[in-house]
Design a binder for this molecule. Structure first.
Ligand SMILES: [Fe+2]
Length: 338
């Protein structure tokens, strides 16, 4: 049985004045699920890489045993740990795509999910929600708050050049039957004693971040364009004397929009890190990519930690522009601030 914990405190309406986000002494972000894995990847400040291998039965090998690393898969999940004084709190941000990936990596990293205080879903796409079933099957009913934007439960499909792909829809009923305290909220809200801000719906202010082309949602019995993915929400944590950590799942709102909104909500300018999926993988236009890089230049984050759907092109462009301020994400990477 998972441990019960506190709920979230809703902050109603759009922020007219900065929200009082409680700064933390330390933040640790551990990537639990990501598209990329590399057991030889060197550690790079302020992140440490895991090189774990676990023995597993394999009849191919003499002796019947092989070594299994952390698994990478198309999806995202991160453990967020915040510390203030002697108090440490943990939340799970997204859960990856497969039923087994998240649980395998939690086991290998020796992280006990029963110590998690809450789950926040960045949005409803299956590559961020599919791993919950593994947690439930392994640990039983989870009496945990689960924060999500209401649009996450929309039926969706994707129009592609090769036809229509029906996107799996997360089931609110499954979450409730599994014991989660589902909290739907489109506005900013606090969690973990006001030390983590969940943005809710993110304001779109740039003209070059246009959402997820081709996505449609079933609304009132009709399929309508739904490219904005308004359920896309991020986490914002203020680390004392360091700045804001902005963590995205897929970044459908646009990573620049998201960082700007984090600044707007908190009134804090300094961005210590932007981490997670930046959803630039499908951007083919080099001019569009340059606009994002130029905007990063203006935001001036200390570090960038691109992962999941950021894509190789965009990650290389960032590394070229920002050098070792870019810490590419990979499963088992732990970034520490404060
Ligand atoms: Fe994604």
């Amino acid at each position: 049985m998972c441990t019960a914990s506190n709920g979230s405190e809703r902050v109603s309406g759009t922020a007219l004045k900065p929200l009082k986000l409680e700064p933390v002494d330390r933040l640790r972000l551990t990537v639990l699920v990501d598209n990329y894995g590399d057991v030889f990847m060197p550690s790079q400040k302020p992140a440490v890489r895991s090189h774990l291998l676990s023995p597993a039965p394999d009849p191919v090998m003499v002796g019947g045993t092989t070594l299994v690393p952390l698994v990478a898969e198309h999806g995202f999940s991160a453990l967020i740990e915040v510390e203030s004084g002697k108090k440490r709190r943990r939340l799970l941000f997204d859960t990856g795509v497969s039923p087994r990936g998240l649980v395998h990596n939690l086991n290998l990293l020796d992280i006990d999910p029963r110590e998690i205080d809450a789950i926040v879903l960045s949005h409803g796409h299956f590559d961020h929600t599919g791993g919950i079933v593994g947690l439930v099957e392994r640990y039983g009913s989870c009496n945990l708050p689960l924060l999500v934007h209401p649009h996450a439960f929309r039926n969706r499909r994707l129009q592609t050049g090769h036809g229509v792909i029906d996107l799996p829809t997360p089931s609110r009923r499954y979450f409730e039957q599994s014991g989660f305290e589902v909290s739907e909220n489109s506005s900013p809200s606090f969690i973990l004693d006001s030390s983590v801000l969940v943005t809710g719906e993110i304001e779109r202010t740039t003209n070059f971040e246009t959402g997820f082309a081709g996505q449609e949602a079933e609304i009132g019995g009709s399929w309508l364009p739904d490219p904005l993915v308004l359920d896309d929400q991020a986490l914002v944590i203020a680390v004392k004397n360091v700045g804001l950590a902005v963590v995205t799942g897929c970044g459908h709102a646009g990573i620049i929009n998201t960082c700007q909104y984090a600044r707007y909500l908190t009134g804090e300018r300094e961005i210590a890190v932007a981490a997670g999926g930046f959803h630039l993988s499908s951007v083919k236009d080099p001019v569009a990519l340059t606009e994002v890089m130029d905007a990063f230049e203006d935001l001036d984050p200390k570090y960038l930690m691109p992962g999941h759907c950021t894509g190789l092109n965009a990650t290389f462009a960032m590394m070229k522009r920002f050098g070792n301020r870019v810490v590419p994400s990979a499963v088992g990477t732990t970034l520490s601030l404060g």
